[in-house]
Design a protein around this ligand. Structure first.
Ligand SMILES: Cc1cc2nc3c(=O)[nH]c(=O)nc-3n(C[C@H](O)[C@H](O)[C@H](O)COP(=O)(O)OP(=O)(O)OC[C@H]3O[C@@H](n4cnc5c(N)ncnc54)[C@H](O)[C@@H]3O)c2cc1C
Ligand code: FES
Length: 279
């Protein structure tokens, strides 16, 4: 059992959990993920590692309450336990001195990007970061990201804070040369970032989040197409060269179970979740 030692609300429906899991904390690296199961009836959900502390023996992740399991997770309190956590899974990010790196993070993935920015800085890079969300209320870690980055840009889809949309990225690239771009966030956002960076010839690394089951390369559910080849995001990734990713296929595959997911979320709220764990 994995005890929740810290629970924090970062933004509406976005929560941070720090969980006691010393064996995972010991091995975790930026870019890797865990798969958790809340209890014996729970499903497996992958979440990116957003922090680890080997002294405290804890691992941190941040999640968005989008469906049945993440809503259930959001009900848990400090001191509660999560049934199972497997990890660290996936390959660590390639961290070395690339020179000038542009990090673009959207939504809940701002949290694991903080870990990447920290590691990139420690490796000697100059880092400019863009954080974005749909609306200003969904932004978080702005101060932390500002403290770690040489330069921070903020953007929202509706323009309620910072730049409106990602159009300004092209203007930045016209003025400044970057050696690498790293982007984490909604698939559509990563696809847009890749389309903007491609003409500038900037290698762009994306974190792919297809539906996963085992996370160990055995079920094949997480397959993605990169450069015309089938890859398993869990063992070959989750990071890939974004200029070669078939994003359209990924978007289609992510939506495969949408009706079932909606029903399951609704049923959980109406039948079980409404009462579960509420005090
Ligand atoms: C490597 C990886 C890292 C991820 N990191 C984070 C993270 O740090 N924070 C975060 O909030 N979310 C992250 N996700 C997405 C997260 O796993 C899904 O939001 C979660 O599984 C949704 O489960 P649900 O029951 O709440 O919602 P559901 O209603 O079941 O699903 C909502 C949507 O989430 C996606 N999803 C559903 N089941 C899975 C699954 N087993 N694997 C992957 N995606 C699924 C689908 O696109 C689906 O349409 C990550 C996914 C992957 C693959
Ligand atoms: S999740 Fe099963 S092969 Fe990747």
């Amino acid at each position: 059992m994995y005890k929740i030692v810290t629970k924090k609300g970062l933004a509406p429906k976005i929560k941070l959990f720090e969980v006691y899991a010393p064996e995972i904390a010991e091995k975790a690296k930026p870019g890797q993920f865990i798969i958790l199961i809340i209890d014996e009836k729970g499903e497996r959900i992958p979440l990116t590692i957003a922090g680890y502390d080997t002294k405290k023996g804890t691992v941190t992740f941040v999640f968005n309450e989008v469906g049945k399991t993440t809503k259930h997770l959001g009900f848990l309190k400090e001191g509660d336990c999560i049934g199972s956590i497997t990890g660290p899974l996936g390959n660590p990010s390639e961290i070395r001195d690339f020179g000038k790196v542009l990090c673009v993070a959207g939504g809940v993935m701002i949290a694991p990007m903080l870990l990447q920015v920290q590691a990139l800085r420690e490796a000697g890079n100059t880092v400019a970061t863009i954080i974005g969300a749909r609306i200003k209320e969904l932004l978080f870690f702005e101060e932390k990201m500002k403290a770690l980055s040489h330069k921070l840009y903020v953007a929202t889809d509706d323009g309620s804070k910072g730049y409106k949309g990602l159009g300004f990225l092209k203007e930045i690239l016209e003025k400044e040369r970057f050696d690498r771009c790293i982007t984490m966030g909604p698939v559509v956002m990563m696809k847009n970032v890749c389309e903007i960076t491609k003409p500038f010839g900037i290698p762009t690394i994306v974190t792919l989040t297809p539906i996963m089951v085992d996370g160990m390369g055995m079920c094949g559910v997480c397959r993605v197409t990169v450069g015309g080849e089938t890859k398993f995001a869990c063992i070959d990734g989750p990071e890939f060269d974004g200029h070669f990713v078939d994003f359209e296929e990924l978007i289609k595959r992510q939506r495969l179970f949408l009706p079932e997911e909606r029903l399951s979320s609704l049923l959980w709220e109406k039948l079980g979740g409404g009462g579960f764990g509420r005090k």
